[in-house]
Design a protein around this ligand. Structure first.
Ligand SMILES: [Zn+2]
Length: 103
C-alpha cells in the first residue's frame, strides 16, 4: 500500500502512489485499489469445523487504471486479483472510520 505524505512549498498532504509505476494518482477517477483474490481452500484464516468465520484481510495496492493490467500480469495474472474504483474506496473508508456526517 503506497500511501505517502507529500511535502511541497504549500504544506503537506497525503498522496496515493501507484504500486506499478511509482507515480502519484492525482485523480481518483484514474485509479483502482486492488487486493489478492486468495485461495479460500488454503486460506489460513478460513473457519475450521465448529469455528466462527473471521474476516480475512488482504493488503491493498493502488494502480492507475492503465497500470492495472501490467501490475496483475507481473503478479500471477488477472485471475489472482480483485480491483475496484479508487473513487469508491474513500466513501467506504470514511464510513468504516465513522467519519460520515462530519465536516
Ligand atoms: Zn501507474
Amino acid at each position: 500500500m503506497a500511501l505517502k505524505i507529500e511535502q511541497t512549498a504549500w504544506g503537506v498532504a497525503p498522496v496515493i502512489i501507484c504500486d506499478q509505476c511509482g507515480d502519484p494518482i492525482r485523480d481518483a477517477r484514474d485509479g483502482n485499489y486492488q487486493w489478492q483474490a486468495g485461495d479460500a481452500e488454503h486460506d489460513p484464516d478460513r473457519p475450521r469445523d465448529g469455528e466462527t468465520a473471521m474476516p480475512t484481510r488482504r493488503f491493498a495496492f493502488f494502480t492507475h487504471k492503465a497500470c492495472s493490467g501490467p501490475f496483475e500480469q507481473a503478479r500471477g495474472g488477472a485471475a489472482e486479483w480483485y480491483a475496484m474504483e479508487l473513487s469508491d474506496l474513500l466513501p467506504m473508508l470514511a464510513a468504516r472510520l465513522r467519519l460520515v456526517g462530519r465536516v
